[in-house]
Write a protein that binds this ligand. Sequence first.
Ligand code: SF4
Ligand code: MG
Length: 321
Amino acid sequence: LGDDVRIDGLTVAYGATTALRDAHIDIAAGTTTALVGESGSGKSTLALAASRLLPPDARITAGSVHVGDTDLAALRGRPLREARGSLAAYLAQDASVALNPVVRVGTQIAEVHRVRHGAGRREAAALAVQNLADVGISDPARVARCYPHELSGGMRQRTVIAIALAFRPRLLIADEPTTALDVTVQADILALVGRLQQQCGLTVLWITHDMSVVAEIADHVAVMYGGRIVEQGDVLSLFEDARHPYTQALLRCFQEGRTARPKQILTTITGSPPTGGVPDGCPFHPRCPKADDNRCRTVLPEPRPFGADRQAACHHLELPS
Ligand code: SF4
Ligand code: MG
């Protein structure tokens, strides 16, 4: 199912404000990349742009999102409508927005098989029950007849994953889909996505503010701040040896066991993330313990590669020689 994914130079503007600047991420087929950052860092913008679900007041102003050979960012009209869900499926934080409240969940999944794959009515209904079983629902035939409001939060999120699977996506983009759920249900959903990924080789981009989720599911991690990717690399190497001061601060919070709430990250790193407009120079300079007076305040640091697959955008990287 999965494909190599290459996000290259992706830039998104809301009116005159650049919410995402020059993002590059490569995701090998069948692997998971976590995109981590505080709210307002641009990670949801990247997720929505890569799924081609940006709101009408936002637009992609540069860059590409290749899933296999197809550039999602370049699609318009009917090819774009066909690509949504199939090339890239999006899991929202709030499962209820993805479900129609007045249609039984089995019917909603069956619709995907009918419209996207030309299945007949009975075949589509059977495939819908199968999808519900695939996401770990033990009585799928009964649940197929339920309306969304009759299900728990965790069951609704499983149902949304079942709909996403019905599209047979090449890339699954998940925007904090477990945040609204309690911790045990969260762990179940993470385990489920991991299992599905192994079974069907899905390529996954997982957006989160939670380093413990990153540690659990990611092969590769990209850290965002102020609308830019400030550091990325293999997850083990990055956790062991973070080079960007922002990543180092995030990891300190994680190691001290304070990742549960994004607000706690905010209070640990002095100051708050930029809102509406990024300062000149390095976007992190107002909060950075290593900031200097000239370069950090005036010159935007470009990402610099090092090691096997690492890169970081900081003027004061102390790189191993
Ligand atoms: Fe801190 Fe300067 Fe590096 Fe930005 S460029 S993260 S302000 S040291
Ligand atoms: Mg968000």
